[in-house]
Design a protein around this ligand. Structure first.
Ligand code: PLP
Length: 404
């Protein structure tokens, strides 16, 4: 009998954060079990809803959203993005902006347009694993550089420098960071840009959490890259505007544009091949960027999410053998399980045990291209009562799996 197999291109592609443990959680839920989900940064289902004004503006634009838009995006929305970055001190014209079905699609378009076989992309470890998966899918090689837990998870510049080869094409910065919650200092970003300048690398700056900051300041990589380093900045509505489902994101290209004409032709080709991004979602962009949409409940002390993520790192640090760098931004914590106390060989199995025995779903650390089985990621979205219950059960599981 004929068997129908996936392409060989997919063989090395991993996306374990939505892998077997999530499927098992779905199975358990279908069987009537209640799972406490601390695994995904999807805000609206946890009561962090898209602001009404944003939903209303999308609804109001529905009658004019029936046709395809320009492949680069609706002009008014692109203008709103350009104006937004101008207000941050960047010299951005509307034709430097491309809209996409979330940052996810734009990552795919950019890497497809950029990479030849075996081209190398420097990506942080741990990372948001789409970067590694897409690089691999495009035939490139993901080369992971170290984020240093002992330095607030900031990238290690020496480690980055040591991994640059003649095949290195680009460096990815995820700031604020998923999964570590780090917000990079200007000094670190400047150090990365200097390396990019010295070696002719493109900077790919994933700044989707730019507004979700608890301490420190967000520094736009493009502002430091200036005129001579090509910088592609990615952001969108999913997180600060709590609109993951609208699939609205943008890409802004800055730096030596004349030298990037060929690459931009490639981006145009791919943008045209998929017609356009979801048009109703694009219409929400101008309302989001043009007005004030409060995110106090996310980032301000007393705000529900702010307090939940601070509480979570405190409670994690109270568990023997567990340590957790508090988040400075984004939605995540990436706690460490002391390998002396937790002799874990397979962290996905450890997380599966947590799911089966305690009904808690977290993502195992190696799913984020972290090399060792000694971390996991926690998303502090469920309300405080649920979080406390989840962290109490996690503490029990740690006690059961810990070596004394
Ligand atoms: N980049 C990072 C760092 C993310 O954490 C996510 C989603 O969690 C994305 C990109 C994808 O965002 P979008 O919903 O815009 O596709």
């Amino acid at each position: 009998m004929t068997s129908y197999t996936q392409s060989s291109r997919l063989r090395g592609v991993r996306y374990d954060v939505r892998g077997k443990n999530m499927v098992e959680a779905q199975r358990m839920e279908a069987a009537g079990q209640r799972i406490l989900k601390l695994n995904i940064g999807n805000l609206a289902p946890f009561g962090f809803e898209t602001p009404d004004s944003v939903v209303r503006s999308m609804v109001a634009h529905l009658p004019e959203s029936e046709g395809y838009s320009d492949a680069h995006g609706v002009y008014s929305a692109r203008t709103a993005v350009a104006n937004y970055y101008q207000s941050k001190g960047l010299d951005v014209d509307v034709d430097q902006v491309m809209l996409g079905n979330g940052v996810s699609e734009l990552i795919s378009i950019v890497l497809q347009s950029l990479l030849n076989a075996d081209d190398e992309v420097l990506i942080p470890s741990p990372d948001y694993p789409l970067w590694t998966a897409q690089t691999t899918l495009c035939g490139g090689r993901a080369v992971h550089y170290l984020a240093d837990e002992s330095n607030g998870w900031n990238p290690d510049l020496e480690d980055i420098a040591s991994r640059i080869t003649p095949r290195t094409k680009a460096i990815v910065i995820i700031n604020p960071n998923n999964p570590t919650g780090a917000v990079y200092s200007a000094e670190i970003i400047r150090g990365i840009i200097d390396l990019a300048r010295e070696h002719g690398l493109i900077v790919l700056a994933d700044e989707i959490y730019e507004k979700i900051i608890y301490s420190g300041n967000h520094v736009y990589a493009a502002n430091l890259a200036g005129d001579d380093v090509l910088c592609l900045t990615f952001s969108g509505l999913s997180k600060a505007y709590r609109a993951c489902g609208f699939r609205a994101g943008w890409l802004v290209i800055t730096g030596p544009l004349a030298a990037a004409e060929d690459l931009r032709e490639g981006l145009d080709l791919l943008a045209n091949m998929r017609m356009c991004a979801n048009v109703p979602g694009q219409h929400a962009i101008q309302t989001c960027l043009g007005g004030h949409q409060s995110i106090d409940e996310l980032v301000t002390p007393g705000g529900r999410f702010h307090d939940q993520i601070m509480l979570s790192s405190r409670l994690l640090n109270e568990i023997e053998g567990v340590s957790c760098v508090p988040a400075s931004g984004a939605l995540y914590l990436f706690p460490r399980l002391d390998p002396e106390r937790f002799p874990i060989e397979d962290d996905e199995e450890w997380a599966l045990g947590l799911l089966r025995h305690k009904k808690i779903l977290v993502s195992h650390g190696r799913g984020f291209n972290w090399p060792n089985p000694d971390h996991f990621r926690l998303v502090a979205l469920p309300e405080e009562k649920v979080l406390r219950e989840a962290l109490a059960r996690l503490a029990e599981y740690c006690e059961e799996t810990r070596r004394d």
